[in-house]
Design a protein around this ligand. Structure first.
Ligand SMILES: [Zn+2]
Length: 370
């Protein structure tokens, strides 16, 4: 019996679940946050540093790696795990989100999308089959169905995109060959409860080993996002992992876990780090701010990360001012630690049955960003 891609729920409190998802490169402990390594690298940190942070899975982007260095080259060099020297689970997206973000430089039809590369203008075409073929070459443990993400409040567009997403999901299933990869389906439907319910029902019926929730955190309100998650929790199978794509702010992670989400990814912690911002459990702060110029204290007194254990706000601000690369590394280490530790704490709270008080304390201490 293949023991990969078995999802075991080890504890549950309300809708929140603590689980284990087995993959060929190790078991994932959920709820889980996956740092994003767009170009087969999590910007400014090494795989060894990611391991030390306790990251269990990283995400890489199909669109970017297809363009450069090319999925065939990655495949010839042993696949993504070998190429980027990350021996733990990897997830690749389908390339759809990036392609649809190209605005004027792409044309969608029922069969696929023709687009122009953002860096050299050359013309390319993605279909569901092509996305799967690229992801098979890249060789991640979890791969994603090719879907269409519509603006969240455009009803007509969401209806069309949902129908297309469903037909593409079936085509992805048919063309996927590698049994050492779990192909996840993606639910769409914007902010429309009936479409979300219909989409979750259809995607659930295809019996993917895991299901993703797409098209959220793209401009809708927090209340709308929560309402959609609650609808999908009721329809998506409880015995399969649920992945909320592109979500990573601390309050969104807690709200997602409370509504039955198991896996998250987001560029937020690494992108903010490159823009001089630190995420803490309670707020966000900009280290470039003059208030930190003489401050001997760490970013966060309560944080146990390498950065906070060794470096002052004044030093990090100095690195930013003189444009030293270490600034981005130290801030990335801190930001990733903050989110990974939050997920570990949420998992522990679910296992101990203390999630309600944990969440109440968390929301009571949220401050406005500085
Ligand atoms: Zn820290």
């Amino acid at each position: 019996m293949n023991t990969d891609f078995i999802f075991t729920i080890v504890a549950q409190q309300g809708r929140a679940r603590a689980g284990l998802f087995s993959t060929p490169h190790g078991s994932l402990q959920t709820p889980l946050f996956a740092p994003v390594g767009t170009q087969a690298t999590v910007k400014s940190v090494t795989p060894l540093q990611l391991e030390e942070l306790g990251a269990e899975m990283v995400l890489a982007n199909t669109y970017h790696l297809y363009l450069r260095p090319g999925d065939s080259l990655v495949n010839r060099l042993g696949g993504l795990h070998e190429f980027m020297q990350w021996s733990h689970p990897i997830l690749t997206d389908s390339g759809g989100f990036q392609v649809f973000s190209l605005a004027e430089n792409r044309k969608i039809d029922d069969d696929g999308v023709t687009f122009k590369s953002h860096w050299d203008g050359t013309s390319h075409r993605f279909t569901p089959e092509k996305s799967i073929a690229i992801q098979e070459n890249l060789g991640a443990d979890i791969i994603m169905a090719f879907d269409e993400c519509a603006p969240p409040d455009d009803r007509d567009y969401n209806e069309r995109a949902m129908v297309r997403t469903h037909s593409w999901a079936e085509r992805c299933l048919l063309s996927h060959r590698r049994n050492d990869q779990a192909l996840f389906g993606i639910v769409q439907g914007g902010i429309f409860p009936d479409l979300r319910e219909q989409s979750a029902g259809f995607i659930a019926s295809l019996d993917f080993p895991g299901n993703a929730i797409g098209g959220l955190s793209v401009g809708e309100t927090k209340l709308q996002m929560h309402a959609m998650l609650e609808i999908m929790d009721a329809v998506l199978p409880a015995d399969k992992p649920r992945y909320l794509m592109g979500v990573g702010a601390p309050e969104d992670l807690v709200n997602g876990v409370l509504r039955g989400v198991d896996i998250f990814d987001c560029v937020l912690p690494t992108r903010l780090a490159r823009h001089h911002a630190a995420i803490t459990r309670t707020s966000r702060l900009n280290l470039l701010n003059a208030a930190h110029q003489d401050d001997p204290g760490p970013i966060d007194e309560t944080c146990t990360c390498y950065t906070c254990q060794h470096f002052s706000r004044a030093y990090i601000r100095h690195l930013i001012i003189v444009k030293e690369m270490l600034a981005a590394t130290l801030l990335t280490l801190h930001n990733l630690h903050t989110l990974l530790q939050l997920m570990r704490d949420l998992r522990q709270a679910i296992q101990k049955g203390t999630l309600e008080s944990f969440a109440a304390d968390f929301f009571a201490t949220q401050e406005r960003s500085t």
